[in-house]
Design a protein around this ligand. Structure first.
Ligand code: ADP
Ligand code: MG
Length: 264
């Protein structure tokens, strides 16, 4: 973790780049799991081209937040809209809107019995009707971009964790999403593989991708994020620019959390 915690200079092209109109808007979102109130009046707007890091203690609702944005979980009340369109509860329109948001999980979730190339090709052909030859060309371009083109013919299990996660990023990008959600994308990786994944994500940020990234990697937040959102107990407690949040958190809860993650 030492490497990724060092304060690296922030490239001006990410954090000082102006961001656009609202792309993902959560308005008074509430969510329970039975008795458990997991999202409490969450109001959050992610602008086009913006990179937002979500940070907070385990169990604070970060994954649930990502999953509701993608409608992998329903919400009890409030609204979530993507590019001006409210997310419907189900049906065809939902599938279409869901494809606007790419998701990368902690646990890669690649199709184990398919090759790397097939992993990045199948969704394009099946969900978007892209011709196989075109899908393959797109896939190879993306695998090149994330640095694993030479692994295209292998099965995921033959790759390192860092390589698998980069394939997962390529697979999500192949659907040409308007935004990308990353839920602790480096938490399952051996330390020496964390940076190769973070570097791909920084590259995406520099290219202007709208990103919501759940991570405790402060190096990434400092290099690439416009804004840090701190969650605790289902609430957005505090939002600030990375430098401000890490050096001068306002709330007691954020101070307490930062003191814990900074001391190990
Ligand atoms: N499918 C589920 N059913 C019941 N409780 C859940 C479910 N998913 C998450 N939770 C609970 O909701 C709370 C928030 O979880 P989560 O969003 O995963 O937090 P985080 O990602 O911040 O660690 C936790 O208390 C967790 O145990
Ligand atoms: Mg989580």
């Amino acid at each position: 973790m030492a490497d990724s915690m060092t304060a690296e200079p922030r490239p001006a092209d990410v954090t000082t780049r102006p961001t656009g109109e609202p792309l993902i808007v959560l308005d008074h979102v509430e969510k329970h799991f039975g008795e458990l109130h997991v999202l409490r009046d969450v109001n959050l707007t992610i602008h086009r081209g913006e990179v937002v890091v979500v940070i907070g203690p385990s169990g604070s609702g970060k994954s649930t937040l990502c999953r509701t944005i993608n409608r992998l979980e329903t919400i009890d009340s409030g609204t979530i809209s993507i590019d001006g369109k409210p997310l419907p509860a189900e049906g065809r329109e939902l599938a279409r809107l869901r494809a606007d948001v790419g998701m990368v999980f902690q646990s890669f979730n690649l199709f184990a019995h398919r090759t790397v190339l097939e992993n990045v090709t199948l969704g394009q052909v099946k969900a978007k009707g892209v011709k196989p030859a075109v899908a393959k060309a797109t896939a190879m371009d993306l695998l090149e971009r994330v640095g694993v083109a030479d692994q295209a013919a292998k099965r995921p299990a033959q790759l390192s964790g860092g390589q698998q996660q980069r394939v997962a990023i390529a697979r999500a990008l192949a659907m040409k999403p308007k935004a990308m959600l990353f839920d602790e994308p480096t938490s399952a990786l051996d330390p020496e593989m964390i940076n190769e994944v973070l570097d791909v994500m920084v590259g995406l940020a520099q290219d202007g991708m709208t990103m919501v990234v759940v991570t405790h990697e402060m190096g990434f937040a400092r290099r690439a994020a416009h804004r840090v959102v701190f969650m605790d107990a289902g609430q957005v407690v505090e939002e600030a620019e990375p430098e401000t949040f890490f050096t001068a958190p306002r709330s007691g809860r954020a101070k307490d959390f930062l003191s814990k993650i900074l001391t190990h």
